[in-house]
Design a protein around this ligand. Structure first.
Ligand SMILES: Nc1nc2c(ncn2[C@@H]2O[C@H](COP(=O)(O)OP(=O)(O)OP(=O)(O)O)[C@@H](O)[C@H]2O)c(=O)[nH]1
Ligand SMILES: [Mg+2]
Ligand SMILES: [Zn+2]
Length: 292
């Protein structure tokens, strides 16, 4: 039987087959090869006990991609959720997260929740801030009978890792997105035994056929990934698309003459605030080297 690992804990893997979730151990061969199955992996399993929903993982299918943070396989994109208010968005934190995803080659989409607590002026200014980035951006309210169509469209037929600070409404949104299909989870789900609202572990959630979301624990601060400061520009799409036209190949886009990035901003291209965060992060990366 084929399924997908939704969660791994202490050597026990929960494998979702579409109709049930089986608690599985991995065959000894995995340990011998030092291969660790990950949430998001597609697996071939043998059922050992149908009533107890116990099985064993025979094989992991080839991975399309592996994300390091959070550790998960076969992710297509990252959905980062912030709220328009309560708490107000930290764009420094958001831009850090975007750098982290760009570094790992995962395309991000931006969701701003609690639209009901913001006015048009607020949403317009957030939209303007990211206009140059090209990232999809949607504003929603998880509480109301709000139409989540736009979010659903972004998620459909993909595996999305969802992240954001605490209190922004990730769980509220995810609860509304899940179709509410009642699965036959047998004894295993009893053993998972936890509230579905507290995200302590990384867990893959089934939305509908082919659509999965990975609920990850909230974050309140983020370190920039280990990288050279010269690589930072490539993590900002609006810089990446222009840096080939800078006079110097390793232009920092801070002080050099004939810089295409600064020129574009001077000529009114959007992304002034993002550029300011680029500058902060650049200095941060520069400062880091001294202590190594
Ligand atoms: N006004 C308003 N409140 C919301 C909305 N969505 C969620 N909330 C409220 O915000 C609070 C936090 O929501 P959660 O869904 O628990 O937030 P979370 O991001 O999962 O938080 P953590 O689990 O701590 O990371 C709750 O009191 C929700 O009722 C929204 O669209 N508008
Ligand atoms: Mg939550
Ligand atoms: Zn430049």
């Amino acid at each position: 039987m084929e399924g997908r690992i939704i969660r791994g804990i202490g050597g026990l893997y929960y494998v979702h087959t579409g109709s049930a979730v089986y608690g599985c151990r991995a065959r000894g061969i995995f340990r011998k090869d030092n291969f660790k199955p990950l949430p998001g992996d597609f697996a071939q399993i043998s059922v050992l006990d149908e009533t107890e929903k116990e099985g064993v993982i025979d094989r992991i299918l080839e991975r399309k991609s592996v994300l390091v943070r959070p550790a998960v396989a076969n992710v297509d994109q990252a959905m980062v959720i912030f709220s328009m208010a309560a708490p107000a968005p930290s764009f420094n934190l958001l831009d850090r997260f975007l750098v982290m995803m760009e570094r790992q080659g995962v395309p991000p989409v931006l969701v701003f929740n609690k639209r009901d607590l913001a006015d048009r002026k607020d949403t317009d200014s957030v939209r303007a801030r990211y206009a140059g980035s090209g990232y999809p951006i949607v504003f929603v309210s998880a509480l109301e009978d709000d139409d989540l169509g736009e979010v659903r469209d972004l998620l459909r037929s993909r595996t999305t890792t969802v992240a954001g600070p605490s209190g922004v409404g990730k769980s509220s949104l995810i609860n509304r997105l899940q179709s509410g299909i009642r699965m036959d989870t047998g004894a295993v789900s009893e053993r998972i035994g936890r509230g579905r609202h507290t995200t302590r572990h990384t867990e893959l959630l089934y939305v509908e056929e082919g659509t999965w979301i990975l609920d990850t624990p909230g974050f309140s601060s983020l370190e920039l990934p280990i990288m050279e400061k010269e690589e930072l520009g490539s993590c900002f799409p609006e810089i990446r698309s222009r840096q080939d036209r800078c006079r110097f190949a390793l232009c920092s886009h801070l002080t050099e003459p004939d810089c295409a990035v600064r020129r574009a901003l001077e000529q009114g291209a959007p992304g002034r605030e993002r550029y300011e965060n680029y500058r902060l992060f650049y200095e941060e990366l520069k400062g880091r080297r001294k202590y190594r």
